[in-house]
Design a protein around this ligand. Structure first.
Ligand SMILES: [Ca+2]
Length: 358
């Protein structure tokens, strides 16, 4: 699993981080992964006037926290807290869209549209080959990522049909699709170009990406050119969940022990966690944190720091504090084990027949 960790932050930063996190690991190993009872009472829905309208953009494959994030999103949709408008893959690998379709089908939403890039992009397999196992075992009908519709068209069609300033985009992979969306021209769906369509329709972009206050993180680094264009030109507020946030939130052990035996979510974690020593206390939950705060807001879980995400050509990033900045990043507030307990409870959610197909 060291391999996966390294791909997340890349050498030599990975080695520095591995050395730096040893005391922290030792501490986590000795602490029971139980919730802080003062802060965790329920994962039930907080009543909201309207569900948060979400487009979910994933690289689902190199790591498997994307599957956890999908489960959290479906749970929140079943709770009435989120409404899933559509999805996109930012990874060209053939198994990504079929894998996402497996999870959507399990959660009784087999017809969610899933787009994929029709441009150059990242094509990455999962070294543990867990997507192969999911696609072989569970029902789905998407055959390959290449057959998915153009993600830009998917985004434009969905955005054009939504009320102004209403859509939350959550990215937990590369920023290829958002770059392509920003650079898109008027089409049959909208007379607006991509940037104006986003400015009109998007309320917020929540991005699992970056390492703060400075560093190099996988989602940004793998398609650094697209990340730079997307972040530098995005016309709405952006909320970043950085590498350092999800790294401390460990999930999967309770899911494996107590989760439904027929669940592809449980199956994914049951395959992968035993393959990596660093996951013996649970897998890091980068992508789940982004979905959680996109739907429920950051306030119960994290403090916020406003500023500017500084993009660099090599895929590394910096950060500049600025109370008037368009960017915000999460800062730890609730103990990570408590966040993990809430996330893992959502990951263990069982499918319900959706109301009105939503
Ligand atoms: Ca991901």
């Amino acid at each position: 699993m060291v391999q996966r960790f390294i791909t997340r932050i890349t050498l030599p930063l990975a080695l520095i981080a591995l050395i730096a996190c040893q005391p922290e690991k030792a501490k986590t190993e000795s602490a029971a992964v139980t919730p802080d009872s003062s802060s965790v009472t329920s994962t039930a829905a907080t009543p909201q006037a309207t569900a948060v309208a979400i487009i979910f953009d994933t690289d689902c494959g190199p790591d498997y926290d994307d599957v956890g994030a999908l489960a959290v999103l479906h749970a929140l949709a079943d709770n009435g807290e989120a409404k899933i408008l559509g999805m996109a893959s930012s990874n060209l690998h053939p198994l990504v869209v079929p894998t996402v379709d497996v999870i959507n089908t399990y959660f009784e939403r087999p017809n969610i549209v899933i787009g994929a890039p029709k441009t150059k992009g990242v094509n990455l397999d999962a070294w543990q080959h867990w997507p192969d196992s999911l696609v072989a075992k569970y029902p789905h009908d998407a055959k390959t990522t290449a057959e998915a519709p153009d993600a830009v068209t998917v985004y434009r069609k969905i955005l054009a049909a939504q009320p102004d300033t209403s859509v939350t985009i959550v990215t937990v992979g590369f920023l290829t699709n958002l770059r392509n969306l920003l650079e898109s021209k008027a089409d049959a769906n909208s007379q607006l170009d991509g940037k104006e369509l986003v400015r009109r329709k998007v309320k917020q972009w929540v991005c699992m990406g970056g390492k703060f206050p400075t560093g190099k993180e996988f989602n940004i680094e793998k398609d650094a050119a697209s990340a730079k264009i997307a972040i530098d030109n995005w016309p709405t507020r952006v909320l970043f969940s950085g590498f350092e946030i999800g790294k401390k939130v460990k999930t999967g052990l309770r899911l494996i022990k107590e989760g439904a035996k027929d669940s592809p979510v449980r199956h994914t974690f049951a395959i992968n966690i035993p393959l990596a020593k660093e996951d013996k206390n649970g897998r890091m939950s980068w992508d789940q944190t982004a979905v959680l705060v996109a739907v429920r807001g950051a306030a119960p879980y994290y403090n916020l720091q406003k500023g500017k995400f500084i993009t660099k050509a090599d895929g590394s990033n910096g950060w500049q504090d600025d109370p008037n900045g368009m960017h915000t990043r999460l800062v730890q507030k609730m103990p990570p084990d408590s966040v993990a307990y809430q996330i893992e409870t959502l990951m263990m959610h069982q499918p319900q027949k959706p109301v009105n197909g939503q």
